[in-house]
Design a protein around this ligand. Structure first.
Ligand code: DAH
Length: 339
């Protein structure tokens, strides 16, 4: 039994010296001193010893236990140091390594153009109005006097979420929302996203942007509409810009017009940008239809108004001679940084 104890001591101390981590030390402790450990097993077997042998072997066993415990105790420091060094090695920071450079962002060209347009209208006393992109059929069509059989109501033209909820196809519903919640005088523009079921190509995107304009007050006439848009065109495209109103049809305006500006590139001589005509169509406009005023609780006998709607993407494309609308939405920094 004595030899057995000596052997346990020798082996245990050897293993303690070899241990590289706290975990390994703990394993050694359990192996020899634990409830099912080797030393414990020897102590249990002492019942079979004679009266004389028992105290002697008991003493040796105690000494072996103490030796192992002491050795474990003093090994802890060393092992902790080893572990710490290993951690430090892994976590070393090389302060001389070059850093990762952060690419600075750039304002999106649509935002650059939008801010310019906002600035022009705010200079004329317009405020910014906002409306939801997920709209009701009521605001997008019914309240805007759209006939029940108007083609834009069709499933093939509009993204419907349910029978009476859709993704707005135009920013015009903001006209209705604005008139509902405020009294004339009203002077707002409302930029935002619109959605139509178009297959993407160079000039179509199922998501695009419009800027709506609305003015309602007493004695607002077509002259106010023409003056406002003419001033806008001159400020945005250049002082020499002329505007031309062509009769058109929109359900929510009467009379309605499409507005062209003289080509800012060739001053009307005819070029690639204006496709040789000297004129570029930039928006739809008209006098707010009495039915629309009525739906919003505004008396058409007392008040009148004008409205207009332009495509932001189209105007930005014209201004910067960008020939594919999809470039706006690909988020390629090489494109975005040019403007
Ligand atoms: N909402 C029309 C469209 O998407 C554009 C428009 C035309 C807006 C005439 C207006 C307007 O406010 O008066 O085609």
């Amino acid at each position: 039994m004595r030899e057995k104890l000596e052997q346990i001591k020798t082996l245990a101390l050897e293993e303690i010296v070899k241990a590289q981590s706290m975990q390994e030390l703990e394993q050694v402790r359990i192996k020899y001193l634990g409830k099912k450990g080797e030393l414990t097993a020897v102590l249990r077997g002492m019942g079979g010893l004679s009266q004389e042998e028992r105290p002697i072997v008991g003493q040796i066993a105690n000494e072996v236990r103490e030796a192992i415990e002491n050795s474990l105790g003093s090994a802890v420091e060393g092992v902790k140091a080893i572990e710490k060094n290993a951690r430090l090695a892994v976590e070393t920071i090389d302060v001389t390594m070059p850093g990762k450079s952060q690419e600075i962002g750039h304002r999106h060209p649509l935002n650059v153009v939008l801010d310019e347009i906002k600035g022009i209208f705010m200079g004329m006393g317009f405020k910014i109005a906002e409306g939801p992109e997920v709209e009701t059929v009521f605001y997008n069509f019914d309240a805007l006097n759209a006939p029940q059989n108007h083609p834009s109501r069709d499933l093939s033209d509009t993204f419907y979420i349910s029978e009476d909820i859709l993704l707005r196809t135009q920013t015009s519903p903001v006209q209705v929302r604005t008139m509902e919640r405020s009294k004339p005088p009203i002077r707002v523009i409302s930029p935002g996203r619109c959605f139509r079921r178009d297959t993407p190509d160079a000039t179509h995107s199922p998501m695009f942007h419009q800027i709506e304009g609305l003015v309602v007050d007493k004695n607002i006439t077509m002259a106010d509409l023409k003056g406002t848009l003419d001033l806008f065109a001159k400020q945005f495209f250049g002082v020499g810009t002329k505007t031309k109103f062509r009769p058109h049809y929109f359900p929510f305006t009467e009379p309605s017009a499409e507005v062209d500006v003289s080509c800012f590139k060739c001053q009307g001589a005819g070029c690639r940008v204006c496709k040789g005509s000297g004129w570029i169509e930039i928006l739809g406009a008209g006098m707010v239809h009495p039915n629309v005023l009525k739906v919003c609780g505004i008396d058409p006998e007392v008040y009148s108004g004008f409205a207009f709607g332009m495509g932001l993407d189209r105007i930005a494309m014209l201004k910067h001679e960008i020939d594919d609308i999809r470039l706006f939405f690909e988020n390629d920094m090489r494109f975005i940084k040019q403007f």
